[in-house]
Design a protein around this ligand. Structure first.
Ligand SMILES: Nc1ncnc2c1ncn2[C@@H]1O[C@H](COP(=O)(O)OP(=O)(O)O)[C@@H](O)[C@H]1O
Ligand SMILES: CCCC(=O)OP(=O)(O)O
Length: 361
């Protein structure tokens, strides 16, 4: 069997991560961090398309990796309609929903689109794996209190699933039989309750739900938000930016880089200390709430994402939740590997790629 060379693309809110794999072996991996000004100059996520694509092509070029040798390209999937997990072929219906941001705006919308463009020029397959809209919510979790606003499943599905499988392996149990609270802490933060191999509850990490994050507001007092919206002071886009992009650490400390915040804390900045500890406090609260979802039967709490590199930050969370279950820490994420594995399963004919439905038909 010949080797499959796969390019995987993971656009996140604060970074673009890329990897090139020969079968399971990574031959190139790079995280390109974006300054807030660099991405915030674009009004809409779709406007970042050319910039992010060029960044990827330039990195490959600098590394001397020719795209002509690729067998497939895989991108992180974005804010599509709710679908089950798995590997999907990028098709026209999907491209349409990604372009229009069917469920909102997030950098992951660009993953499938860029994968498609690169793949099309080479006449090879383009895929997405476990997009951020994977929906396995328990019906109880959907009820918000306002019938017109059901709760939605928008989260780091790809890494939550990958880390949950890894934690289950470390606990020497099948994932299906493991009850976990997985907390992904990146540009956005999501806390998921995993039971029976499904994420039965999770905060919507994008649109004002759960802890605040390096660049998102999380849950805010709803009444005050309504007043702000109708104050006549802001356009819709401006309020949205306060929730996504300019919220959280960005709003209080003018940076979405937790390492910068840690430096401020080290230098005795009281405001930075309060805000950083408050982010850990809110995460711990969300973990506590997911422990109630799992009725206190929790095998482990897994902390992952870029923020999980911060030792003190992890301690701040752990000290408030370690009584629930053991805390396992998996800093960074396995998203590139997970994208590659999902694509390989299709190229090796172990799995048939799923088709994103044409909802217009
Ligand atoms: N070594 C580290 N220590 C503390 N925080 C870190 C470290 N590395 C990355 N981070 C923080 O993690 C966040 C980004 O996480 P990441 O999972 O890469 O985000 P995304 O994929 O959403 O862009 C940033 O706030 C970044 O500063
Ligand atoms: C939309 C949920 C996924 C998410 O927040 O990803 P980032 O942390 O990469 O922005």
């Amino acid at each position: 069997m010949h080797t499959h060379r796969i390019l995987v693309i993971n656009p996140g809110s604060t970074s673009t991560k890329i990897g090139v794999f020969d079968d399971e072996e990574v031959i190139f991996e790079k995280t390109i961090r974006h300054q807030p000004d660099e991405v915030n100059q674009y009004k809409r996520i779709i406007d970042q398309y050319e910039f992010r694509k060029q960044v990827i092509l330039d990195e490959l070029d600098q590394e001397g990796i020719s795209i002509s040798k690729l067998s497939a390209v895989c991108g992180r999937g974005g804010l599509l309609r709710p679908i089950e997990g798995g590997t999907y072929e990028v098709n026209e219906a999907m491209l349409e929903d990604l372009k229009n941001g069917y469920n909102g705006e997030h950098a992951s919308n660009l993953g499938g689109m860029i994968a498609h463009e690169i793949a099309r020029s080479l006449n090879i397959g383009a895929y997405i794996v476990d997009p951020v809209v994977v929906d396995e919510l328990h019906d109880l979790a959907r009820v918000s209190g306002v019938p017109e606003i059901p709760r939605k499943s928008i989260f780091h599905a790809l890494n939550q699933k990958a880390v949950a499988r890894r934690a289950a392996k470390d606990l020497e149990k099948p994932y299906r039989d493991t009850r976990l609270i997985v907390t992904h802490m990146g540009g956005g933060i999501t806390v998921g309750a995993h039971a029976g191999g499904r994420v039965i509850d999770v905060n919507n990490g994008l649109h004002g739900d759960g802890p605040f994050s390096p660049e998102r507001a999380g849950t805010v007092p709803a009444g005050d938000l309504v007043s702000l919206c109708f104050s006549g002071q802001y356009y819709r886009d401006e309020v949205m930016k306060k929730l996504v992009g300019q919220g959280g650490l960005m709003a209080y400390l003018d940076t979405n880089d937790a390492r910068e915040v840690e430096k401020m804390v080290e230098h005795g900045d009281q405001k930075a200390s309060l805000v950083y500890e408050s982010m850990a406090y809110q995460i711990a609260k969300e973990i506590g709430s997911m422990s109630a979802v799992l009725e206190g039967k929790v095998d482990a709490i897994a902390l992952t994402g870029g923020l999980a590199y911060g030792k003190k930050f992890v301690e701040e969370i752990s000290k408030r939740v370690h009584w629930i279950a053991d805390v396992l820490v998996y800093p960074g994420e396995n998203e590139l590997e997970a994208l590659n594995e999902g694509t390989l399963r299709v190229l090796n004919n172990e799995e048939v790629p799923k088709q994103y439905p044409n909802f217009a038909e």
